[in-house]
Write a protein that binds this ligand. Structure first.
Ligand SMILES: Nc1ncnc2c1ncn2[C@@H]1O[C@H](COP(=O)(O)OP(=O)(O)OP(=O)(O)O)[C@@H](O)[C@H]1O
Ligand SMILES: [Mg+2]
Length: 237
C-alpha cells in the first residue's frame, strides 16, 4: 500500500533548516493497522502529511498503491487523495462556515455519489460518532471532542482504502476514545489500512504494528501481539 525509501524532509524558514524526516524508510501493507508514537516535534505529522499527499518531500522515494508519487501531476495526486485516503487531522481542519452535515459531505462530493447516497452515509456516520442531533451546528458551536468526532465521521464516510489519523483520540474522554478506537478497528477489519499517530501506549499496543519516530527517524521496529493475546499467553504460562 505504502512504500517509502530514504525519505528526507527539510523545512527552511529564513536561515533555519529543520530536518523533519531523515532517511525515513517504511513499508505498510494493505490491511495493516499501524500505530505511530514518538516525542513532540519528532516528525509524526510531517510523515502523515507526506503519506497523505498533502506535502512533498526533499529526497528519497514514495510509492502509494504502486504509483510513484513524485511522478504524478497535481490533478492525479488530488484524485488519488480524494478517492483513496481519509484524514483525521490533529487540528480537525473542519470548515468553519459549513455546518456539521456539510463538513462530512466535503469528501463525498468528490466521489460522485448521488445526493441520496451521500445523505445516507453522512447520517450513518454522524450517528456512529453520536452527533446526528447536531448536524445543523457549526464547528465553532461544538466542543473540541465533538469537533474531533466530526473529523472522524468525515474521514470514514467515503470508505477510503487508507485512513491517516493524527491523534484521533487526543481530545476525547476515555469512553469516547475507546469507542473511536473500536470504530477504527472495525473499519480495519473490513480491509481499510489504518495509520494512527497516538501518545497513548495502550492504544498503540492494540495495533498490529507499532513504530516509533524519534528525531525524524524510525527508531524502534516492534511487532506487538494484541494485548488480549499477551494476557492469554501470560495466563497460559
Ligand atoms: N511548516 C513548517 N515549517 C517549518 N518547520 C516545520 C513545519 N512543520 C513542521 N516543522 C518542524 O518539523 C519538525 C517535525 O514536526 P511535526 O509536526 O512533524 O512533529 P510531530 O511529531 O507531529 O509533533 P507533535 O507530537 O507535537 O504533533 C518540528 O521540529 C517542527 O517544528
Ligand atoms: Mg503532530
Amino acid at each position: 500500500m505504502l512504500e517509502m525509501n530514504g525519505l528526507q524532509k527539510v523545512f527552511r524558514s529564513g536561515l533555519v533548516e529543520t530536518h523533519a524526516l531523515r532517511d525515513f524508510s517504511l513499508t505498510v501493507d494493505a490491511g495493516e493497522f499501524v500505530a505511530v508514537t514518538g516525542p513532540s516535534g519528532s516528525g509524526k505529522t510531517t510523515f502523515l502529511n507526506i503519506a497523505g499527499l498533502l506535502d512533498g518531500f526533499s529526497g528519497g522515494s514514495y510509492f502509494l498503491d504502486g504509483y510513484n508519487v513524485t511522478q504524478l501531476n497535481d490533478a492525479r495526486r488530488s484524485k488519488m487523495r480524494n478517492q483513496k485516503l481519509g484524514f483525521i487531522f490533529q487540528s480537525f481542519n473542519l470548515i468553519a462556515d459549513l455546518n456539521i452535515f456539510d463538513n462530512v459531505d466535503v469528501p463525498l462530493r468528490y466521489r460522485g455519489f448521488s445526493g441520496r447516497e451521500r445523505k445516507k452515509r453522512i447520517d450513518k456516520m454522524l450517528e456512529m460518532v453520536g452527533l446526528l442531533g447536531r448536524k445543523k451546528h457549526f464547528p465553532g458551536q461544538l466542543s473540541g471532542g465533538q469537533q474531533q468526532r466530526v473529523a472522524i465521521a468525515r474521514a470514514l464516510a467515503g470508505e477510503p482504502r487508507m485512513i491517516l489519523a493524527d491523534e484521533p483520540t487526543g481530545n476525547l474522554d476515555t469512553l469516547m476514545a475507546k469507542q473511536i478506537m473500536e470504530l477504527l478497528e472495525d473499519v480495519n477489519r473490513q480491509g481499510t489500512t489504518v495509520i494512527m499517530v497516538t501518545h497513548d501506549p495502550n492504544l498503540a499496543r492494540r495495533a498490529n504494528r507499532h513504530i516509533q519516530i524519534v528525531d525524524g527517524q524510525l527508531t524502534d521496529f516492534q511487532m506487538y501481539e494484541p494485548l488480549s493475546k499477551i494476557q492469554q499467553t501470560a495466563v497460559a504460562v
